[in-house]
Structure formats: structure tokens, C-alpha cells
Write a protein that binds this ligand. Structure first.
Ligand code: ATP
Ligand code: BTN
Length: 315
């Protein structure tokens, strides 16, 4: 599937003969391949007699040959899939077989996971879905603020592709102009008090312009700066992630706290924090040294942390 899509990804016309020669199949077999990629990759291919085939919309496909050598300079082995249930789930499975660190990346996820058991909408070929598996040693203190730091790295990557207004929403969502552009899901195995593995899952909406099943305001990079090369973006994200993870490992979350707070979209705003069973309304003061949210509630400061919390802006 990937070879035919790769030939068509530029969005230009390609004759049946050219495609057949490149794939080593007959012209009628090309048509069957085209029908299969339309079904499997949810792309639309126009077939025009005398001109050949072209994609309704050009694609920027992930390229293992471009990515693997560059990621290996960071010491990250690459596992790239056309389709996987969830890159986080695959990374957890691979932990049994592979040495960390490694990166799992996919063109689509059939069961992309969001926080609190929600679904992450993951159409083929448009966005980035990846999971970095790392080892963390030295006790729970070494994990403090880690998920916030990942958000910071994603935001830095968006700034560097020309979206300076990208900001953070506690604990680790990335927003552009009030719409969610990226989500982060950390999963942990092992003993957090000693040695553990952390799967850092990141989903970024890149060239997606329509999607079904997202029940909140969302956006993509394309809506702000036009279509971009997903391989380049992956490398920029990897670079920012590596930088932030290194700072976090060397100096801890306090070293990144000010940068995080100065990019928090709801800093100083009135918000409601929901724990699932209770709501707390207050003014956002910032984050503490562990990455917990500091709220001023009726004149008293309180800190909140934990994976099940959800913050909403008061109207
Ligand atoms: P919070 O957890 O702080 O309440 P949230 O409302 O974004 O934030 P999450 O659980 O973090 O909720 O994220 C899952 C939600 O993300 C889903 O319920 C869905 O609305 C949304 N979502 C799913 N896929 C995408 C996507 N590709 N882009 C943007 N949002 C998405
Ligand atoms: C959220 O905002 O709810 C978190 C979304 C995390 C989505 C990414 S996509 C890559 C990785 N694999 C998954 O199944 N989920 C994360």
C-alpha cells in the first residue's frame, strides 16, 4: 500500500503505465491497488482516462529512510508502522523485546488512546502519532512535572514552525487560539519509587482539516501555516523533546517551571478544576515544583495533581 501512496503523494497525475512499471504489476492490477488504498488509507483517488490517477489531496508520508538515521543520533531506535492499534500500546509491548529509548510512530491508529479512557482520533497520513519509551531511575521525584515538560517541548516545536501563539493548558494539552492541537498521554510501568519505564505518547494534528468524532474545539498546524512536511516536524519535535527531557533529567521541573507558566494560556484566569466527583473554582496562580496546579480558592492557595483532573475556563 505504502509504495503506491508514496508514488501518488505529490497530488499530481501519474499514468497507469508509469505506476504499473514502478510497482511491477499490470495496469489493471494498478486499479485494484488504487481501490485498496482508497479503502485502507481513507484517501480519495481521482481516475481520469488519458491522464491516470491522482490523489484528491496531496500527502506528506512518513519516511523511515529519512527519519531513522537522524533519530538514531539521539540514540532512539525507530519503529514505524502504517497502522497500529495505539503507539502507546505498541511501545508497552515492545518494552519486553527492545532496549530503551525507542520511538514508535504510525500513519494511523485504530484505537488511539486519550486521557481518562477517551479516544484519540487518528486518521491516516495527516497527523503525527508517536510514543517515546524511556527509562527513569531515582524515585518518584524524577517524574515530577514530566508530562508538563513534554507539553512544553511540543509547544516549542510549534513556535519554531511559525505558530508563536501556541500555548499550554494544564496539565499537558497544547492549544492554538483556544483550540486543541496536540494531546499527551504518559503511561508508566515498573516501580515509580525506583526504576520505571515511561511511555511518552504524543498526538499532534498536522495536516488534518476535517475529522469526525472530536467532541471539542480542535485545530491543526495546516490551518495556521499551511501544509507542512511531517518528517521535518517529527525531527523538530524529537529535537525539542530531547532538549526538554535532558533539562528535566539534569535540573528537575523547577528549572522549567517559569517557562511553562509564562506559556500557560489560563495563567491568572478564573477556572474550575474537576476531579470527577468534585469541582473547585479559583484563580490559576501557576504550578508548583512537582507540576501540580496552584489555585487560589476563597483566599486560600491549594495545589492539585493527578491524572484524572480536568481544568475548564470559567465564562
Ligand atoms: P481535559 O483532560 O483537561 O479535560 P480534554 O477535554 O482535552 O482535556 P482529554 O481527555 O485530555 O480531554 O482528551 C481527550 C479528548 O480529546 C477527547 O474527548 C476528544 O474530544 C479530543 N480529541 C480526540 N482526538 C482529537 C484530536 N485528534 N485532536 C484534538 N482533540 C481530540
Ligand atoms: C489526550 O489529550 O487525551 C491525550 C492524547 C494522546 C494521543 C497520543 S497519539 C500517540 C499516542 N498513542 C496513543 O494511543 N495515544 C497517544
Amino acid at each position: 500500500m505504502n509504495k503506491l501512496l508514496r508514488l501518488l503523494q505529490d497530488g499530481h497525475f501519474h499514468s497507469g503505465q508509469e505506476l504499473g512499471e514502478a510497482l511491477g504489476v499490470s495496469r489493471s492490477a494498478v486499479w485494484k491497488h488504487v481501490q485498496r488504498i482508497q479503502a485502507d488509507a481513507s484517501v480519495t483517488v481521482y481516475r481520469v482516462p488519458g491522464r491516470g490517477y491522482r490523489l484528491a489531496e496531496s500527502l506528506s508520508l512518513l519516511d523511515e529512510e529519512e527519519l531513522a538515521p537522524k533519530l538514531s543520533r539521539f540514540g532512539w531506535a525507530l519503529h514505524l508502522y502504517d497502522s497500529i492499534d495505539s503507539t502507546n500500546a505498541e511501545a508497552l509491548r515492545l518494552l519486553q523485546l527492545e532496549h530503551v529509548p525507542f520511538l514508535v510512530l504510525a500513519e494511523t491508529q485504530t484505537s488511539g488512546r486519550g486521557r481518562r479512557g477517551r479516544r484519540w482520533v487518528s486518521p491516516f497520513g495527516h497527523n503525527l502519532y508517536f510514543s517515546l519509551a524511556i527509562r527513569v531511575q531515582g524515585g518518584a521525584g524524577r517524574l515530577a512535572g514530566l508530562s508538563l515538560v513534554v507539553g512544553l517541548a511540543v509547544m516549542q516545536a510549534l513556535h519554531s514552525v511559525g505558530i508563536p501563539q501556541a500555548g499550554l493548558k494544564w496539565p499537558n494539552d497544547v492549544y492554538i487560539d483556544g483550540r486543541k492541537v496536540a494531546g499527551i498521554l504518559l503511561e508508566l510501568t515498573g516501580d515509580p519509587a525506583d526504576v520505571c519505564h515511561v511511555i511518552i505518547g504524543v498526538g499532534v494534528n498536522v495536516n488534518m482539516v476535517e475529522a469526525a468524532g472530536i467532541d471539542q474545539l480542535w485545530t491543526s498546524i495546516k490551518e495556521h501555516v499551511g501544509m507542512i512536511d511531517r518528517n521535518q516536524l517529527m525531527l523538530t519535535l524529537a529535537d525539542k523533546l530531547r532538549g526538554c527531557l535532558e533539562r528535566h533529567a539534569d535540573f528537575g521541573f523547577p528549572a522549567l517551571k517559569l517557562e511553562w507558566e509564562s506559556n500557560h494560556i489560563w495563567q491568572g484566569r478564573s477556572c474550575t478544576l474537576s476531579t470527577g466527583t468534585q469541582d473547585y473554582s479559583g484563580v490559576v496562580l501557576g504550578v508548583d515544583n512537582e507540576g501540580g496546579l496552584r489555585l487560589m480558592i476563597d483566599g486560600c492557595e491549594r495545589s492539585f495533581s493527578g491524572g484524572e483532573l480536568s481544568l475548564r475556563l470559567d465564562q
